[in-house]
Write a protein that binds this ligand. Sequence first.
Ligand code: G3P
Ligand code: CA
Length: 325
Amino acid sequence: MKLLRIVVIVLLLLVGLPVGGSLLMSPPSAGQNIAAELSIPYPAVVAHRGASWDAPEETKPAYLLARSIRAEFLEMDLQRSRDGVLLAFHDDTLERTTNVAEIFPGREKQTIDRFSWFELQRLDAGSWFNKAHPDRARDSFVGEKILRFEDFLEIAEFTTDDYEPGIYIETKAASRFPGIERQMVNILRRRGWMEESRRGRIIFQSFEHESLARLKDLAPEVPRVYLIGSSMADEEGFDELLERASELAEGVGPVGYLAWPWYTGPAHRKGLLIHHYTINAKWQMRLLNFFGSDGFFTDRPDQLMLYYGKDDHIDMRAKFQQIGY
Ligand code: G3P
Ligand code: CA
């Protein structure tokens, strides 16, 4: 009997201390008011590079699929061709996600800004996915093109009565693209994305604080999220980065490793929203949600919609049929 009591006490301490500690350091739903102030959905489902688990990242099917799942935000990485066309693309080079080696042999290591838009349009940005993920391959992905920024916006702008996705735009490697922020903001203004009716449906994000500062000048009305990678936190310290974020942004977007309550709590106490990347597994969603994350960048928006209870059944076969892929 005495032994049982000891075992129970030890178990209670083992479970209770971390759970209680976490709740104290980072109370659940602490970011809800911050999100409400910004009119940003809480908790937020951000389709990272589109529904990129099931379709080639940052291509038309990835974004159409994310739309049909009704993800709250379509996430994209903004870059620019040599001749000034804004486009959606993640990597610095074309090697991993296109057939650049076949079409432009010897140029695999060149960064995307060294290619004209005409050249980029010759590339197949879909077939790599079928080779990398045979279990998710589809013939219809073959020959997908790199998307122009305005093509991406067109996908996001198609509205139904009760749903319009938001856009979550990253100025990627912004220092390589002088003036890219102004160019993007001009397009967004022209297309009505800065209007009050779209408040909370557009967020800017960057790992580069200089880019966020430019965005703050150009479009102060659009919330900004300061992305935090693990090397940044190691080099500069998380608190230092939070300090900077509170001057430049409304939120932070740390890598999932930086979701412990001793990171999440202080971010909220500074009035910052916190969206973690890139969270694909159910156990990560559960754990990070418990630690107080306000939403996730995920390649699997379908899974996150289900996890948050924003949908109770998603038939991916039907979704693919719906988008025509
Ligand atoms: O934008 C959030 C997350 O996408 C940052 O990482 O490398 O996937 O753009 P990355
Ligand atoms: Ca990104």
